[in-house]
Write a protein that binds this ligand. Sequence first.
Ligand SMILES: Cc1ncc(COP(=O)(O)O)c(C=O)c1O
Length: 397
Amino acid sequence: MTTELIRHELQLAPRMARLGTETAFEVLSKAKALERQGRSIIHLEIGEPDFDTPPNIVEEAAAALHAGWTHYGPSAGLPELRQTIAGYVSRTRSIEVSPDEVVVVPGGKPIIFYAMLALIDQGDEVIYPNPGFPIYESMINYAGGTAIPIPLRQERDFAVDPAELESLITDRTRLIILNSPQNPTGGVLSRRDIERIATAIDDRNILVLSDEIYSRLQFEGEPFSIMSLPGMQDRTILLDGFSKTYAMTGWRMGYGVMRADLAVHFTRLMTNSNSCTASFTQRAGIAAITGDQTPVDLMRTEFERRSRFFVDGLNRIPGFSCRMPKGAFYVFPNIEKTGWLSKPLADALLDTAGVAALSGTAFGRFGEGFLRFSVANSMPQLEQALERIASWVQQNL
Ligand SMILES: Cc1ncc(COP(=O)(O)O)c(C=O)c1O
């Protein structure tokens, strides 16, 4: 046997070539690297509230840790939390949800992951919003499905066109993904749009993954869920969670609501992957839903105020034109008139202006011509970002 160390070739499973990523994390690490070199960077790339988790939730978690909530719990979640979520979803979506239809998971993302693993096989078609949260397309491809983008257009204020959706439905369609309020556009589906989408689906055996993680951050009117429509509850997997609503991104807790016979399979996927969501975190989740909701309202009001400020500022910069988002905490300006493509423009703004934003194409090919800025940063930082972009534009366009 040779004493020389052999470096073996890394042999990945071919499916890994189909797995995508979320560019926000890559841009964040590039921006951090620039900061380590002494550069000043304004972070408008990452999608997380800049607020602290409300203190009543933090205190409940600390108390739960001291009280010994430090062990495994049931894979589908603590019964008390499933009950609390069932009550909350029943109230907010005007439907009857029972605890066995709720699966608590570490964040909203696992619901996307498990939906694809549980439902999608080779050749199954999944219709998903584009531009949209990049994990949808990544997971459809990873599961071997065929990703069918439904373009979201500025002219429709980035809402799905129900007629276009209908034209994309085939005998192979297994799942349709909806997201409202939407990342990255801030678009919202109206009740009328959602009713027309349900009519397009008709009585086909197609499931809808309704990503409502920003439902509490809708600026005007009440959010409406497709799960509330007659005949749709059984065909909807509702995704919601704590990350955005209660500024709990780092806690990792979300949930899915779905028919009980599907929930057992999501639970099996949980047993196989995570065992359970952290027990003390779940105790805090009960406090989050049942406690004072004022912090949520304050955050929503603040995100709306900042969005308006940033949109107005962008609209004063030559080459940029921006609509006011209807929810979430992103602004999504059209930059076509700058003459630049989205990715080189995002790179240039980071490298030379010190403003970290995401290219619209980080959310799919129909994001070309746009940038995404997160307004989860302070007003002074947003103001400075606008100044930096304006002066970059003056010097470079
Ligand atoms: C549309 C959408 N769905 C799901 C998620 C995942 O949220 P979580 O951090 O709870 O996994 C995000 C996070 O950015 C999102 O934007």
